[in-house]
Design a protein around this ligand. Sequence first.
Ligand code: SF4
Length: 374
Amino acid sequence: MAERAIPIADLRYAAATPRIPEQLTPPSGLLSDRLGRPLHDLRISVTDRCNFRCSYCMPKEIFTNDYGFLPQSSLLSFEEITRLARLFVAHGVHKLRLTGGEPLLRKNVETLIAMLSELRTPDGQPLDLTLTTNATLLARKAQALKDAGLKRVTVSLDALDDAVFRRMNDVDFPVAEVLAGIEEARRVGLGPIKVNMVVKRGTNDHEIVPMARWFREHYDGQVILRFIEFMDVGASNGWRMDDVLPSAQVRERIHEVFPLEPLEPNATGETAERWRYRDGAGEVGLISSVTQAFCGDCNRARLSTEGRLYLCLFASQGQDLRALLRGGASDEQIAAAIGLIWQERGDRYSELRGAMQADTGTGQRRVEMHYIGG
Ligand code: SF4
């Protein structure tokens, strides 16, 4: 895997400067892209650092102690993030998700949450404000996050077996502390809590049923476990199709032990297919990012730690919104630039995956997941 390593600093600094249209049309909240998809969901990466070294995201061989993470001066400040978020909300964004790296590593992230929680949609509604975390710091921070205005959390957990989990996070972090974080998040009311398990064939697929059993039996249906197909995000994780266990097989394995039946989606653009246990013990989600692309409804944009806007998880180039912020552009100009970028969007990588090579061969490399969140 190590010989596939590609330093991402190269691509991080290759961004396009957004075009400001001559006509500064104010946001209508009804933006749509070339494929008719609205802009609904903004994922904001607040740090490119993580304290785990999961092989599918930040493998240790590449992300060493000497790795060139972004300096503090490159990161968007909380004021810059909030200013951009306000403009995205004017364009129709209803949901903000903080990601990383590991977002709880960003100093005083509660202050940012408090600032974002003040934002309202054009019709005066509060936003769905959430955060994805590895939960290493969650037990300590859950109350402060809740007090700051966070609505709910999604926790990444790839195995329940302590030895498997320690091996996967590659920093010897114990499962018990993640479970303590989930428990504390539940206690303070950061729910419904979702737990995401990335399933890699031959690595943790034997943990599917134990994970299902644990989350059925311990949380009164208040924690929703979701299984995610191992994806070819970035260029560091040595992805092979053979490593993907299709969601249909995940479902069969659970169904054999705990019979399932389908549920209707909660909302358009929802990534997870919902199934509930027939005995009423809650539900699970299946995210078939590889075997059943859901680009047709994709309403998500991603803002990197240093203010690059990415239109797809698999994008190779971002639009440098920080250059506009720090170059003195007005809110009207930045909003108009964002509108134009979204209107020109045609990304649908997962639908095209079969016809493309993992590496495009053009010298462009896809952005890494720790840099824009999952
Ligand atoms: S591949 Fe890109 S466009 Fe398709 S669902 Fe994923 S993020 Fe959205």
